[in-house]
Design a protein around this ligand. Structure first.
Ligand code: GTP
Length: 604
């Protein structure tokens, strides 16, 4: 296929603005999939994607299209829209020369539209604005055109107005892809240089690496080398994604496709790696920033006898998702488990849901926490950790103030777009979350874009829900990593009848310790079953008790025979009992202590 007839492009947008629907229409128009079938989000293959209606894993499809007497090969890379998966967006963009920036004609520019636009802009890609859903009653494409001109400096006459649902004007999107996006700059005569931009794991064939060829050719039987690991492999299969895998004899520079070469897990086909031919080394392509976990949580089998099954499920799932980090961990009450790092809370929920749905595993997740840092002053600790600045991903290991010079917390630069009427309330919410305002701009007559620097721990659990509820669902939010800042942090213990519950240890800002401690004690009081004796619930910082609640004892010995053990877990402020068993009360006091240890989190 001549290079000048190839276009590599991505569709980027805020969540639900219609990327996947547009992708379906493009696949139909080019005859890649049958029009008669009821095609809905064909590229969303995972069960969670279909259930939640979101794209988690970027998918690729090659389309053929005839235009003005020439045949074109259009490689379309569908990308996720949610903030947690922006890492998938940026790596997809590295394989493209242009993007379709889809904006909903009713909702207009939203926070992720802005974030995704800047990813494309920084990668110097051609941006084609597409205003979608013009069929909606409240659609106002002219207003959206003006927003696009104001915020992105793209002339409004460059916008294409479509309805992906009805197929209106989708043809002109294909035309713009051909006319406005340049063909890839590649050299087929040079030795092979291929970028791995995604990889998946297949139980039978091993790793399937999605590659974009920048130079040369690759065929079945070639010996290739990973520039990252220097390991050599023999290519067993190459092909294009149509959108299902379709083997071909060769892949040429300019093409996007897949390659199978006996790699055993995705760490052997690292995203951003360059592949070259054996004995023909090349300058590696610039990789991408590696995925940085923002949220950590402990994960344990509900029953320790399930440990090995859960281990194998986690290993299999991470074969497909190299952005999850894994450390082994153990807890007094929950036994052996792991501490996993995720890109965000949605990523964590999706991972958990996939464990349950695809591997039938039931797990206990502990409170999500962010990676804090401490600069150590104690020479003993420095020796133990072998470094002065440590990252703490488990609050139970938070070092005491007497042993550190300073604590640091991760911060993010957040973008909020909202109808003006909610601005006041949103500003108050941000202030309550210790955020510092950086910018404020009207993107049209009644919509405002706010930029705030947030401590990550203030937004990780329920910020998004609060923002949505106080703006009746209209405000949108996205954030990017902004490094670390000094913070006055303290470790807060929760004690039950005087014993610390390791699983409930949290790191909080000094100014918030009282309110959080009080709220946690109150929640625990509501959750703990009453017993034959009194239970004291306390929150403490060091030896100082900052809050206390009491669960009163039953007066009469009516239920003496049974004690209920409950395991609680929570995501986004909801406490669920996920395991409850009734045991004979031999020694009631001992059992309640055990029971207390089994209460993981009651959410604050
Ligand atoms: P994520 O994969 O979650 O990022 O979403 P997406 O941007 O891919 O959106 P998707 O294509 O799943 O569409 C979201 C919703 O909008 C679906 O219910 C679509 O049916 C609907 N939708 C998409 N395009 C149009 C359109 O042109 N008009 C109308 N009325 N609805 C549309």
């Amino acid at each position: 296929f001549p290079v000048e007839n190839i276009r590599n492009f991505s569709i980027i947008a805020h969540v639900d603005h219609g990327k996947s629907t547009l992708a379906d229409r493009l696949l139909e128009l080019t005859g890649t999939i049958d029009k008669t079938k009821n095609n809905k989000q064909v590229l969303d293959k995972l069960q969670v994607e279909r259930e939640r209606g979101i794209t988690v894993k970027a998918q690729t499809a090659s389309l053929f299209h005839n235009y003005e007497g020439k045949q074109y090969l259009l490689n379309l890379i569908d990308t996720p829209g949610h903030v947690d998966f922006s890492y998938e967006v940026s790596r997809s963009l590295a394989a493209c020369q242009g993007v379709l920036l889809v904006v909903d004609a009713n909702e207009g520019i939203q926070a992720q539209t802005v974030a995704n636009f800047f990813l494309a802009f920084e990668a110097q890609l051609s941006v084609i604005p597409v205003i979608n859903k013009i069929d909606l009653k409240n659609a106002d494409p002219e207003r959206v055109e003006n927003q696009i001109e104001k915020v992105f400096d793209i002339p409004s006459d460059e916008c294409i107005k479509i309805s992906a649902k009805l197929g209106t004007n989708v043809e002109s999107v294909l035309q713009a892809v051909i006319e406005r996006i340049p063909p890839p700059k590649v050299h087929r005569k040079n030795p092979l240089r291929a970028l791995v931009f995604d990889s998946t794991f297949d139980h039978y064939r091993g790793v399937v690496a999605n590659v974009a060829l920048f130079d040369g050719v690759v065929s079945k039987g070639d010996k290739i080398v990973s520039a990252h690991t220097q390991k050599t492999y023999e290519v067993n299969e190459v092909g294009v994604l149509n959108p299902n895998e379709q083997p071909t004899h060769k892949l040429y520079a300019g093409q996007v496709g897949y390659l199978i070469a006996g790699m055993k897990d995705v760490t052997e086909a690292q995203i951003g790696d360059t592949l070259h031919l054996h004995k023909q080394p090349v300058e590696p392509l610039p990789g991408f920033k590696s995925a940085k976990p923002m949220v950590f949580a402990g994960i344990y089998p509900v029953d320790q006898s399930e440990y090995n099954n859960l281990k194998s499920a986690i290993e299999k799932l991470t074969l497909n998702d190299s952005s999850v980090t894994i450390h082994r961990d153990s807890s007094l009450a929950l036994g052996a488990g792991w501490r996993l790092g995720f890109l965000g809370l949605l990523h964590m929920e999706v991972f958990n849901q996939r464990l349950e749905q695809e591997y039938n595993a039931s797990v206990i997740l502990t409170t999500p926490t962010v990676p804090y840092k401490a600069v150590l002053s104690s020479s003993k600790l420095i020796k133990e950790y072998r470094e002065k600045e440590i990252t703490i991903i488990n609050p139970a290991q938070f070092p005491d103030k007497s042993k550190v010079t300073e604590y640091l917390e991760p911060v993010v630069l957040g973008t909020i777009i909202t109808p003006d009427e909610y601005t006041g309330k949103i500003m108050m919410l941000c202030q309550a979350r210790r955020a510092v305002q950086k910018n404020m701009m009207f993107i049209d007559q009644n919509r405002v874009m706010l930029k705030y620097l947030f401590p990550l721990n203030e937004i990780v659990v329920d910020f998004y829900d609060s923002l949505k509820s106080l703006s009746s669902g209209y405000a949108s939010f996205d954030y990017e990593d902004a490094g670390y800042q000094t913070a006055e942090l303290v470790k807060m213990d929760i004690l039950l009848n005087g014993n610390t519950v390791e699983e409930l240890v949290t790191v909080v800002h000094k100014d918030k310790a009282h309110s959080i401690g009080k709220a946690m004690c109150e929640r625990l009081k509501d959750c703990l079953p009453r017993q034959l004796f009194e239970i004291a619930i306390q929150a403490s910082i060091g030896s100082k008790i900052i809050a206390r609640e009491t669960v009163k004892a039953y007066r009469k010995n009516v239920l003496a025979k049974c004690v209920s053990l409950g395991i609680f877990t929570s995501i986004q402020n909801k406490a669920f009992i996920i395991l409850e068993k009734t045991v004979k009360s031999g020694s009631a006091r001992k059992i309640i202590e055990m029971s207390a240890l089994r209460i993981i989190w009651c959410g604050c």
